[in-house]
Design a protein around this ligand. Structure first.
Ligand SMILES: Cc1cc2nc3c(=O)[nH]c(=O)nc-3n(C[C@H](O)[C@H](O)[C@H](O)COP(=O)(O)OP(=O)(O)OC[C@H]3O[C@@H](n4cnc5c(N)ncnc54)[C@H](O)[C@@H]3O)c2cc1C
Length: 479
């Protein structure tokens, strides 16, 4: 059987094996690994098109396993909270949905393979980090049917960049040139053949997990995961919640984003990064909504779109072309040179990873940023730079500083394990930046001081807010 042409731009789609489409298949399978949404999802739209072309129903598979590194109550809760909304939307569209929560390592680990055994092919998300990257390099060889990875993470498809960009200034012109081609709404066509549950054998159907808002705490409690990392004080997962954050941003924050996005206590940022990380909303939908709202209300959206598109897609580009992204190896030569030169500089103040984790330093602002990460699962973008720079200053080696930053993100950040995570942590070591004046420990890396933070932002207000959050565990800004 021939592989099929589809209307989703072909440059978004990679065939990751040479296996054929299955003759006599019962359905098409879309494995939603990272883009855990129905809306504005090229992988889902591509799957519907394939299903319709082959006159087959579509089944969406979403899994959540206890075995991924640092799986915790926080990450599990956020992912599970999105599931009832996804199920309802797929039901409305007459598409099948199979959610499987693998609660303990003893539970079956082959659900994908069993579902794929009757599918025309497997369609999944193209994603350069976290478990999706590992799955997409391992599974295609073993699955026995055609396996497609579709890029619905970036607006300008990752494949449009042939190599790693040196910095924002090199990728920006290309993104700006190509954006009009890709900044357009994507909607899946209606399915021709509705899903029927009897297409799956009864023993397989029994493995499906029924997720409802009311049973999420019990489901999470029953998983063999890290229960010490509590759910976020501030974020509830799901597309509907992402939309509420987006609407709040449009109505109350966009008009002041240019002026106030670097003022943490002003709360002018979108808080969308957890939703973008788990693919619960697409950057495409956000960009279109912001662009339209700005046009209709005579607002400037350039600064926000620079972050959402240029900076974010620079990070995806970096992750795609960088095999050892969790190391200092990919840093450019000038960074390597300056780090070598200053590696043995004395560090007057040192903290252990445990002290850093608990936020126990002499610096009340830094402690507040770390506590924001512990409690909310995210640090404000401006202070996040300061947070990283200080860890470099307070850790015996650059390599250890890097590992501390990665671990704290992997464990606590709802938007962690993302191309943005590793790229921005490396930014603290000079990636995508330029040399600055020479100084101890940092060499030519950009330095950020407490005095600078005090001068440019209302640090007292921020510290007060985080202390209140620590005391009450309640975020007054939770929506
Ligand atoms: C040390 C360090 C670690 C970071 N770790 C992460 C991380 O784990 N996950 C993550 O998504 N971002 C990370 N960032 C980048 C940035 O801080 C966050 O994207 C931003 O704070 C998210 O909050 P927001 O959604 O309210 O941002 P907004 O200001 O509302 O921006 C909207 C979106 O634009 C994108 N964006 C904003 N700033 C950047 C940036 N500097 N680089 C790339 N994309 C950007 C994000 O997708 C963000 O959600 C990190 C930055 C630093 C310095």
């Amino acid at each position: 059987m021939n592989r099929t042409d589809v209307s989703v731009e072909p440059e978004r789609v990679r065939a990751l094996n040479l296996a054929p489409l299955r003759e006599g298949a019962g359905f098409v399978l879309y494995w939603s690994q990272m883009n855990r949404r129905v809306e504005s999802n090229h992988g889902f739209a591509f799957s519907v098109r394939l299903a319709n072309e082959h006159n087959l129903p579509l089944l969406v598979y979403e899994g959540l396993t206890c075995t991924y590194t640092h799986a915790s109550d926080r990450l599990h809760t956020f992912v599970l909270e999105a599931v009832p909304g996804t199920a309802a939307e797929l039901r409305r569209q007459r598409v099948g949905f199979f959610f499987y929560l693998r609660a303990t390592p003893e539970h079956p680990n082959d659900v994908l393979y069993r579902l794929a055994a009757d599918s025309l092919c497997v369609v999944t998300d193209d994603y350069p980090t976290f478990i999706a990257a590992a799955h997409n390099s391992r599974v295609p060889e073993k699955i026995g049917v055609a396996y497609y990875a579709v890029d619905s993470s970036c607006i300008v498809p990752m494949s449009r960049h042939e190599k790693r960009a040196y910095g924002a200034y090199t990728i920006r012109p290309k993104i700006k040139r190509e954006l009009p081609l890709y900044l357009k709404k994507i909607e899946a066509e209606p399915v021709k053949r509705p899903w029927r549950d009897d297409l799956l054998p009864p023993d397989l159907r029994k493995l499906r997990t029924d997720v409802r808002a009311s049973n999420i705490p019990a489901l999470v409690a029953g998983c063999a995961i890290d229960h010490s990392v509590r759910p976020s004080s501030s974020f509830t997962g799901g597309y509907a919640m992402a939309r509420r954050h987006l609407d709040l941003f449009l109505e109350k924050k966009l008009y002041r984003y240019d002026r106030e996005s670097n003022q943490p206590s002003k709360r002018a940022n979108s808080d969308l990064s957890p939703y973008l990380h788990f693919g619960q909303i697409s950057s495409l939908e956000v960009a279109l909504a912001v662009q339209t709202y700005a046009e209709e209300h005579g607002l400037m959206a350039g600064d926000f779109l620079e972050e959402l598109i240029v900076r974010r897609e620079l990070a995806f580009n970096f992750a795609r072309f960088t095999p050892h992204i969790k190391s200092l190896e990919p840093l450019p030569d000038w960074c390597q040179r300056t780090l070598r030169k200053h590696a043995a500089d004395p560090r007057p103040v040192l903290y252990s990873p445990e002290q850093l984790e608990k936020g126990e330093t002499y610096d009340a602002l830094w402690n507040a940023t770390q506590k924001e990460l512990l409690i909310r699962g995210k640090i404000h973008g401006y202070y996040r730079m300061y947070w990283g720079k200080k860890i470099i200053e307070w850790t015996p080696t650059y390599e250890q500083a890097l590992q501390v930053m990665i671990r704290l993100h992997d464990v606590y950040a709802l938007d962690g394990r993302d191309p943005n995570t590793y790229t921005n942590i490396l930014w603290c070591f000079g990636l995508h930046d330029r040399p600055w004046g020479e100084r101890p420990i940092f060499g030519q890396l950009r330095y950020m001081s407490l005095e600078g933070m005090r001068r440019k932002t209302n640090t007292d207000e921020y510290i007060k807010e985080v202390m209140a959050l620590e005391e009450t565990g309640k975020d007054p800004y939770r929506i």
